[in-house]
Structure formats: C-alpha cells, structure tokens
Ligand binder design. Structure first.
Ligand code: XIL
Length: 360
C-alpha cells in the first residue's frame, strides 16, 4: 500500500503550486497512464498525486498480462495500480478488454493459428470480460471495451483482428454486451486513434450508430490523441469533437501525447531508415521546446472549448523518460512527448497547458 504524505522524500522537489488538476478543475479530469513500477518510486508517485486526478493502467490490464492462459489470471500488477488509485480516491479507466494486440493467442486461435469456432471464441471473450470486469468491480468504473476496431485503409470498414476472424463483425457488439452484463453501471466506451481523421471518423460513426441500432449502449468514445507536433490541425480535432457531441456521445481523451520527433512516412522508419530520425538525443532544442509548448497549448484550447462534452484528458505517461514513444515507431530514440521531463521537472509545455487551463 502506498499512501504518500507531503514532507516525505518527494517534498524536496517542490511541485509548482498550481497543478494540472487544479487548473483543469471545472473543465475535465486530468489523468495519467501509469505503471506499478512507477509507483515504487516515491518521487514519481508523489508527482502523480499532486498533478493528476484520474488513473489509467498503461499496460498492466492487457489481456495478455492478466489472462495468460485459459484458467489463469494474474492481476497482481494491475491490482497495485488500481489500489493506489482507489486509496487516493482517483477514478480508474480500465484499458482494455478487447484489442487485436496484446491478447493471448489462445483466446481466438487454435494451436495452428487458425480462428477458433465462433462459439468457442465467444465463450473465451465472455469469460475474459466477466472475470476482469468482476475482479475490478467497484474499483474501476470506466472501461475501454474495444480498442482500435476500425481499419485505417480507405474503403475498408473493420480492421482484421483475431477476434473478428473467429467471431465475425459483431465481436464489437458482443464485447459491449458482455461488459454491460458484468457491470451494468460502468461507463463503457469505444477507443481508437486517429478518430478525428476525416477518412476514419465516418467509419467510427458508422460503428457507433450500428451498435445503437442494435440496442447496445455505448456510453462514450475514447479518442487516443497520439498526436504529432504539427498534425492534426486543431480545426480537425474540433470538427470531430463537434460530430461526436452531435451524436450525444461524451468524449474521453484517453492517451494524449504529442510527438516532436520526425515521423516522415511511417514505412521509412519501420524499415530501419533511421538516418536523422533521432535528432534530439542530446536534448530538445529551445525552438522545438517552444513549438511543442505552443502545440500543447493549442490542443488544450480546443479541448477546453469542448469541456462540456470532454469528461477527461489523460496523458499517456508521466515523464519523457518512460514514454512508449521512445520506442515507437522506431526503437531506442530520445523522445519528448509529455509534460514532465526525464527528471520529472515541468516543461515549457506544462506551463503552456496551465496557462490555457487557468485562462477564463
Ligand atoms: C502502449 C504502451 O504505452 C506500452 O507500454 C505497451 O508496451 C504497448 O502499448 N494505443 C494503445 C495503447 O491503445 O495501449 C498503446 O500503449 C499505445 C497505442
């Protein structure tokens, strides 16, 4: 159990008086994705408690980690994160129950990699969702039920995933039904990246409308928000937020970070053409730091404008050192996508966000 009091070792790195959570009060919750390992560091844990008022386990709820074999559940690490949140009265978002990645192969495939029968796959999905949602009942009140179901390919609707191959297109609907049955009062949401993309948004809306028509209540939509320093334009984010509001769908920004490193075309980088791709290994130049701060400011301006419908904004990590973007889409780069630096000091971007949040 880790309950921190001020005056402990953390107090030496005096946090700024105005915090993200106090500045965002009245607009939305400000969350952080965290890990059980981070909580073992008192300085990090203290920073989390001072700045953030919502928690998402970054990866320790992935089906692969909590349900490695059909009859074996390993909740210890996810429990550590969730208990920390609950002890400190912070709401927890459960990420995630069904996704094409980080899911054990046995759930939807046979030993030869072939899709299981629909009945067998549905039984596995139901058993998984029942067990996980029940285990965290009264501690996790909000679930990312299905992550990344929509295809990025133009003219293709749903993404090809092991669950879909075994169950069919209604695997999304079934996942929501199983989650609703396991915890009727939880907030259940659909989560994806690039939802704001004008090519992808209509497909997301199609999915949400089809679920509604089938009598399935989806309570909210999670926009991941893995954005770049110059993309997408604020007006594009604004338009997507308006479209979701028009559908009476509350929005959570579930995985916000802003990548200042070059992406060029993802394919280049994935093929190891990393020439010039790790330009800030020795530190972020002042002009890029400023640009990142301005970008964070403009993103938060849009989100704040939609604060009536955006219920929470969660940063995908606490500090630059542990961000997943040090290893994505290229392994081993030095990235700077968050609001606290490698030594947990607030960055220029932090001040920009505070400025926007505090403005009348
Ligand atoms: C990433 C985590 O940050 C990593 O720690 C993990 O190894 C892989 O997943 N979309 C998602 C998140 O929904 O789960 C991903 O998080 C980032 C992309």
């Amino acid at each position: 159990m880790l309950v921190l009091t001020l005056g402990g070792p953390a107090a030496r790195s005096a946090p700024p008086d105005v915090t993200l959570q106090s500045a965002a009060d009245g607009s939305f919750k400000i969350g952080a994705a965290i890990t059980s390992a981070q909580l073992k560091d008192p300085k990090t844990a203290s920073l989390i408690l001072s700045q953030f008022n919502a928690i998402t386990p970054e990866f320790e709820l992935f089906p692969q980690f909590v349900h490695p074999e059909p009859d074996r559940y390993t909740f210890e690490r996810a429990d550590a994160v969730v208990d920390f949140a609950v002890e400190n009265h912070l709401p927890v978002t459960g990420h995630m129950l069904c996704w094409g990645q980080f899911t054990p192969a046995w759930m939807f495939q046979d030993a030869g990699g072939q899709p299981l029968s629909r009945d067998k796959a549905l039984a596995n999905l139901k058993a998984h969702i029942d067990a996980v949602v029940s285990h965290f009942k009264n501690r996790v009140h909000s679930w990312d039920v299905v992550n990344e179901a929509i295809s990025d390919t133009p003219n293709e609707y749903l993404r090809d995933t092991p669950a879909r191959r075994a169950i069919g297109d209604d695997y999304v609907q079934k996942a929501f039904e199983f989650a609703r049955a396991a915890d009727p009062t939880a907030t259940l949401f659909y989560n994806d990246y690039n939802i704001e993309d004008p090519q992808k948004l209509p497909k997301v809306l199609r999915l949400l409308r089809s679920l509604k028509a089938a009598g399935v209540t989806v309570d909210a939509v999670g926009i991941q928000g893995h954005w770049l320093i110059d993309f997408p334009a604020p007006a594009v984010i604004d338009k997507a937020l308006r479209a979701l509001e028009a559908e009476h769908l509350p929005v959570l920004i579930t995985e916000l970070d802003i990548d200042p490193l070059p992406r060029r075309d993802g394919a280049d980088l994935a093929n190891g053409d990393a020439k010039g791709a790790d330009p800030y290994a020795a530190g972020l130049p002042a002009e890029v730091s400023r640009k990142l701060a301005m970008r964070y400011g403009e993103v938060f301006s849009v989100l704040k404008r939609h604060a009536k419908n955006v219920t929470s904004v969660t940063l995908w990590g606490v500090n630059d050192r542990q961000s997943w973007l040090n290893d994505f889409p290229v392994k081993g780069r030095t990235n700077y996508p968050l609001l606290f630096d490698r030594d947990l000091r607030p960055k220029e971007a932090f001040n920009a966000v505070l400025g926007v949040l505090k403005a009348p």
